[in-house]
Design a protein around this ligand. Structure first.
Ligand code: MRU
Length: 350
């Protein structure tokens, strides 16, 4: 299986190199990003997307700010970097990994005493997040693969694959690790309206690895679950609070449906996706623009003047979740996230 790298620091560029995910599956294009403004645009446009990848991008964003900001004094310089870091942190609201990555790198940056060492510290910490993310995904993969039967069909939603992380993936990491362990896996990928991360990205990744994948419309999921064809549902997460799992819009309906049909519903996510500080009510669910739903290519799908709601994520109550697969092993609700994150060895390593 190919290890797809989604984003990385390119020293010869002096910035971030990443796959533009808006162009897949028809075009594989690498973008070089050397300005914080461009990174923010990339995050907002979903050129870089998926919670762990946003954590890595957030970290590299601070390294980029450290590289590009200037100031008449060291304190003016650090103030400028902090301001840029704040803008990166705010570029999307729901995936907690983004603020986690920014804050983790910013803390190392702020501990330094001069510009050169602050730049070096920021980049080193951002590189550490990227490397740890890949290790976490492989650990998640191994823990999760053990949950799956030797022959099975799993349904997934959105893209929780290599493209959503620095590589390998969380939910798709579980599938990859199961295949690597010799299990016979078939994957049903929900297309994931409106931006089609399932159809465009999950199908691209899995087909590239020779993994059996079939795309369905989101609204077919209940019918297929009822037919008995699905052994498990496995998805990623953007934020896990004590009471809910936030993930791509549509995840909640799969969880309800899986419970109704007695199908296990698994979530795969690193500890960097857990949020001990908020409950479901306190999390902002991103709302995106009308045109993502109302326009397809050059066709208008919804009459002018008719309002549209475009929530990008939903919250699944944790009592619908059979198990959460982390790099530290399997966690089952009810969740005590504070206790989970303060367990010996449970450092939020990305
Ligand atoms: O809007 P996106 O494409 O960033 O949403 C991504 C998802 O919802 C993923 O399922 C989630 O981030 C988990 S990625 C391992």
């Amino acid at each position: 299986m190919k290890e797809t790298k989604t984003l990385w620091w390119d020293e010869s560029l002096g910035g971030i190199r990443y796959i533009d995910q808006t162009l897949l599956p028809t075009e594989y294009t690498l973008i070089g990003c050397t300005a914080v403004d461009r990174l923010i645009t990339a995050i907002r446009r979903l050129e870089i997307r998926g919670a762990p990848a946003l954590g890595v991008a957030g970290g590299y964003g601070v390294a980029l700010a450290a590289r590009t900001c200037t100031g008449p004094s060291f304190s003016a310089y650090t103030r400028a970097v902090k301001k840029e870091a704040g803008r990166v942190r705010e570029s999307r609201p729901t995936a907690v990994n983004l603020s986690w990555g920014v804050d983790r790198v910013l803390a190392q940056f702020l501990a330094a005493k001069d510009v050169a060492s602050a730049r070096a510290a920021a980049l080193a910490e951002a590189e550490a997040i990227a490397a740890e993310d890949t290790r976490c995904c492989h650990a998640i993969g191994e823990h999760g693969a053990a949950l799956l039967p030797d022959r099975c069909t799993v349904l997934t939603h959105c893209n929780a694959g290599a493209l959503a992380c620095s590589s390998w993936g969380t939910a798709l990491g579980v599938i990859r690790s199961a295949v690597a362990a010799g299990k016979e896996m078939k994957v049903i990928a929900c297309e994931t309206r409106p931006l089609l991360q399932g159809a465009r990205l999950t199908a691209w990744e899995l087909a590239r690895d020779g993994i059996d994948v079939t795309v369905i419309t989101d609204s077919m999921a209940a019918h297929i679950m009822r037919s008995g064809a699905i052994d498990a549902v496995i998805v990623g997460a953007d934020r896990i609070t004590g009471d809910a799992v936030f993930n791509k819009i549509g995840t909640y309906m799969h969880a309800v449906c899986a419970r109704h049909h007695g199908i296990p519903f698994y979530v795969a996510a690193p500890l960097s996706t857990f949020d001990a500080t908020r409950s479901e009510r306190e999390v902002t669910i991103e709302e995106r623009g009308r045109d993502e739903i109302a326009v397809l290519g050059n066709r208008t799908l919804i009459p002018d003047g008719v309002p549209v709601k475009n929530y990008a994520f939903d919250a699944t109550p944790t009592d619908l979740v059979s198990a959460i697969v982390t790099e530290q092993g399997i966690v089952r609700p009810p969740l005590d996230i504070g206790a989970l994150l303060s367990r010996p060895g449970a450092k939020r390593t990305g």
